[in-house]
Design a binder for this molecule. Structure first.
Ligand code: SF4
Length: 702
């Protein structure tokens, strides 16, 4: 098992999802590591199956322990660090010299710590000089972020602590299944009556007072119909709308096109259920509306979230204690990862890369002229799609992501990756993407590193090291410094001490919307619960000079727009990008299961998780199975216009007969993303993961 213990026990957080459950890790006799839930308000003593088994990933059999370089024979072979980094730097310099800085691209991940995400963005913009950087969070919560920024002037997943949900009377969950994706969250959802909008009867829907079983791709119509119903029934909070918002008349005009009857025809949700849902929300003292990937991962994801935000605003929920709108961010550092500069259009602090003042500020922190900062680049899918094309990137440096499994139209993305002149992957296991690389750099993982993450409620958390990285393994910060120095950058501009990087984050975010300047390792280590914005210096209202306490609840006095008011969005319904047809008569929607996280690169290596969900499955209604000659437990081949995948058939009585469901955690020919449609949301550039027209047929056992 793991060696190199540096502490007997540490308090830290789970390596997986955005709930970031508090854990206590112990180095047990014999070198193994045990995990227990820590006393932490978010998980209230609970962990899911993934959290309980997380230490196993530290010492999986195929853990990467030495750099690998692809040789003339086409195979990856062990190499020394200097050899690997020298090779990467030389090839990057050559490619830049031949084809310009944008011939080199960077792809990051929403699980990287704040420090890694920040330094990766700086490395891309300065050491490589490229505008071609984006990350897999684009595939996660970008629609909710775009809608929240437009409505409230800033995007923080939950602008209130998770624990507030435990005091709620009613919670509407649109496209979220926390009973399966983040089970400890359900400890806060015992009290409220749940309204769940989902095409599937998920474990969350099964616990709901009201399940609104929408047709895939119609959540936007549902939200419009709910607002229409609120208007018709006189349930709009007129005083709140007048005092705290702008733009209601136009939003109402669009919603009035969506009578309960029309909404029922399009969504499949009975008009009576719409009235019941709105009555429950409006009649509650404390009500929340939350969205998840089911509502967000669409080519109209931004408008869909905006329509749910409109409903929340019409009912007077956001910006008061006991009510609000929030997004259940998915990846471990989904929040911090999107604020600190690995997104193609952003600089640290959620600053726009196109804003001259923001550029000047970050250039000053980085100690370079503003002219050295590239402009905005393409979004994640557009970046992946451009790899190896004429004029597109010829080299890619990738950290914290596995797009061979997790990107839409995964077969095509795999081809683009294969066309590169140089693919460099930093990872701790040989993921499907790492196996394609020309150079693989083995990096430390969660229990072997210090850092911070920002959870789904905007609370900054400390990740602490129990173990030293195994011999031969380096931290991502060391890798970035090693490459940056070889590319001619000053060593001290790329610190390897996460505390030093965090100090730079504090300076870079000072005065920004996501302001971390008042947060410090010392305050976090003293046990303070610090939610951004947390500016340096005392709170304006705090006369005793104590440091700013952070902001657990946002918008109580004003929203973040200059006039302090929230904005309604005028949104109209659009059909999914790809209609069903005679050739592809069903809708496939993709999602997650309890046992696996994201692309499954980590969880598929854990024995108990692999045993719980060893292979891909496809849920079908028994009537659908009969129609297409499928048997429960048999194999099926599911095909779309982009490719086909194989999965084992599971019957699901609670699923619509026009819909099939596939989890996306599996590799090879079991990849659900071989089917998915890269049609992009025009604002967030989110692909249409949730709606693909498909056909299905029995597949013989291999
Ligand atoms: Fe908690 Fe999420 Fe980890 Fe499960 S995966 S233990 S819900 S942080």
């Amino acid at each position: 098992m793991s060696e190199g213990r540096i502490a007997g026990a540490v308090r830290t957080h789970c390596p997986y999802c955005a709930l970031q459950c508090g854990t206590e890790l112990r180095a047990a006799p014999g070198g193994s590591v045990t995990v227990e839930p820590a006393d932490f308000p978010v998980n209230r003593g609970g962990l899911c199956q993934k959290g309980w088994t997380a230490p196993e990933v530290l010492s999986v059999r195929d853990r990467l322990r030495t750099p690998l370089v692809r040789g003339a024979d086409g195979a990856l072979a062990p190499a020394g660090w200097d050899e690997a980094l020298d090779l990467v730097a030389r090839r990057l310099r050559e490619i830049r010299r031949e084809s310009g800085p944008d011939a080199v691209a960077v792809f990051g991940g929403g699980g990287l710590t704040n420090e890694k995400a920040y330094l990766l963005g700086k490395f891309a913009r300065l050491a490589l000089g490229t505008s071609r950087i984006d990350y897999n969070g684009r595939f996660c919560m970008s629609s909710a972020a775009a809608a929240s920024n437009a409505a409230f002037g800033v995007d923080r997943g939950l602008p209130f602590p998770v624990t507030d949900l435990g005091e709620a009377d009613v919670v509407l969950l649109a496209g979220a299944n926390p009973a399966e994706t983040m089970p400890p969250l359900m400890r806060h959802l015992d009290r409220p009556a749940l309204i769940v909008a989902d095409p599937r009867r998920t474990p969350t829907a099964a616990r709901a007072k009201l399940h609104l079983r929408t047709a895939p791709g119609t959540d936007l119509a549902l939200a419009l119909g709910l607002l229409h119903t609120a208007v018709l029934e006189g349930l709009v909070d007129e005083a709140y709308v007048a005092e705290r918002t702008r733009g209601f008349d136009e939003a109402r005009r669009h919603a009035l096109a969506w009578s309960p009857e029309r909404t029922e025809r399009v969504t499949g949700v009975p008009a009576a259920a719409l009235r019941e849902a709105v009555g429950l929300l409006a009649g509650a003292d404390r009500a929340y509306i939350l969205t998840g990937r089911g509502a967000e991962q669409h080519s109209k994801g931004t408008d869909t979230v905006a329509a749910f935000v409109n409903l929340a605003l019409a009912l007077g929920l956001p910006g008061r204690e006991g009510g609000g709108y929030g997004c259940l961010t998915g990846q471990g550092n989904g929040q911090g990862g999107r604020e600190l500069g690995q997104k193609s259009d952003q600089l640290p602090g959620y600053r726009s890369i196109s804003d001259p003042a923001a550029r000047a500020r970050i250039a000053e922190v980085w100690g370079v002229p503003e002219s050295r900062l590239p402009g905005p680049g393409p979004s994640a899918y557009e970046l992946l799609d451009s790899l190896g094309r004429p004029g597109g990137p010829r080299a890619l440096f990738l950290a914290g992501s596995n797009p061979v499994v997790s990107a839409p139209r995964a077969g095509h993305v795999t081809e683009r990756l294969a066309s590169l002149d140089l693919l460099v992957v930093a990872d701790f296991v040989p993921s499907e993407t790492a196996r394609m690389a020309d150079v693989v750099l083995p990096v430390a993982q969660w229990a072997e590193e210090e850092g911070t993450l920002t959870n789904l409620e905007g609370r900054v958390l400390r990740r602490r090291a129990l173990l030293a990285p195994p011999p031969g393994v380096r931290t991502d910060l060391e890798v970035l410094q090693g490459l940056a120095v070889r590319l001619g950058e000053p060593r001290d501009h790329y610190p390897t001490d996460p505390r030093a990087v965090f100090d730079e984050i504090r300076r870079a975010t000072a005065g920004a919307r996501a302001d971390y300047s008042g947060v410090s390792y010392a305050r976090l280590d003293a046990g303070e619960a610090l939610y951004w914005p947390c500016p340096a210096g005392p709170a304006a209202s705090d006369g005793d000079g104590r440091p700013h306490p952070g902001t657990p609840r946002m918008f109580l006095d004003r929203f973040a727009h200059p006039d302090g008011r929230a904005r309604f969005a005028a949104v109209a319904f659009r059909e999914p990008a790809e209609p069903v047809s005679e050739a592809y008569p069903l809708v496939a929607t993709t999602g997650r299961v309890l046992a696996h996280y994201q692309s499954g690169a980590q969880t598929r290596r854990v024995a108990a998780l692999g045993a719980a969900e060893p292979e891909a499955f496809v849920e079908v209604h028994p009537d659908t199975a009969r129609r297409f000659g499928l048997v429960e437990g048999g194999l099926a081949r599911i095909g779309s216009a982009r490719g086909s995948t194989v999965a084992r058939v599971r019957f699901a009585e609670g699923l619509r007969t026009d819909t099939v469901f596939l989890p996306f955690h599996f590799a090879g020919d079991q990849r659900a993303n071989l089917l998915t449609n890269p049609a992009l949301d025009p604002v967030s550039r989110m692909p249409e993961f949730k709606v693909s027209a498909v056909r299905i047929a029995p597949e013989p056992e291999a």
